[in-house]
Ligand binder design. Structure first.
Ligand SMILES: CC(C)(COP(=O)(O)OP(=O)(O)OC[C@H]1O[C@@H](n2cnc3c(N)ncnc32)[C@H](O)[C@@H]1OP(=O)(O)O)[C@@H](O)C(=O)NCCC(=O)NCCS
Length: 178
């Protein structure tokens, strides 16, 4: 079986392995990586996130892929498609998301991997639209959404975040299949 479910010129996107747990836990403890999430994650929280991601793959055949550099085999984070678990006007839906280890930012990896995930969503899964959302203060993530051709739909208050919290207000982006 192929190691990668998705491949780009520089990245391999695959199911998760035991070896990913330590570097993933390390990035989930990094305050820069987690700046736009309510809190950093403990090792247990990070490991249980991987369990949930793998359960999502088992159930739906897609999820947040573990991403590695083809050149070196290094694990650099996650990029992928997911079914959000909260209720909002636009759910149920499929979202695209990303989280990379800080030392690999600014190389275009998020956009490169995300474009390939959109192709997978539209061409292999037959989706008609894919959403993405992030806190309004997360300009880097919004830039990735725009670079991969997504369009701003509007703002919403994230139902799982206290309405007075700095991360409650979110932007919603969308892209439709052509
Ligand atoms: C968001 C994230 C995945 C981006 O990864 P990346 O590999 O650096 O992304 P890319 O290099 O593909 O693109 C980033 C773009 O944002 C731009 N950018 C960086 N900081 C920016 C800022 N403060 N404001 C606007 N644009 C910004 C970069 O210049 C780049 O655009 P360019 O290629 O046109 O120059 C990475 O920063 C990350 O993992 N952040 C933490 C996790 C996170 O917030 N995930 C999203 C949660 S919804």
């Amino acid at each position: 079986m192929d190691k990668y479910m998705i491949q780009t010129p520089r990245l391999g996107l695959r199911r998760w392995s035991k070896e990913d747990l330590t570097p993933f836990a390390k990035m989930n403890k990094n305050s820069k990586v987690m700046e736009f999430f309510p809190h950093t994650l403990t090792d247990d929280e990070s490991n249980s996130m991987v369990e949930k991601i793998e359960a999502h793959f088992d159930k739906y055949g897609f999820g947040f892929w573990a991403v590695e550099l083809l050149d070196t085999g290094e694990f650099i984070g996650l990029i992928g498609l997911n079914i959000p678990s909260f209720k909002a006007q636009f759910t149920p839906c499929i979202e695209i998301g990303w989280r990379l280890s800080h030392e690999f930012w600014g190389e275009g990896y998020a956009s490169e991997g995300a474009k390939a995930c959109l192709d997978f969503g539209f061409n292999s899964l037959g989706l008609s639209e894919i959403f993405s959302f992030t806190a309004v203060v997360n300009k880097k993530s919004m830039k990735v959404m725009e670079k991969i051709g997504m369009e701003y739909v509007g703002d919403f208050l994230h139902p799982k975040i206290d309405k007075n919290h700095r991360l409650c207000k979110h932007v919603l982006y969308k892209i439709s299949s052509r």
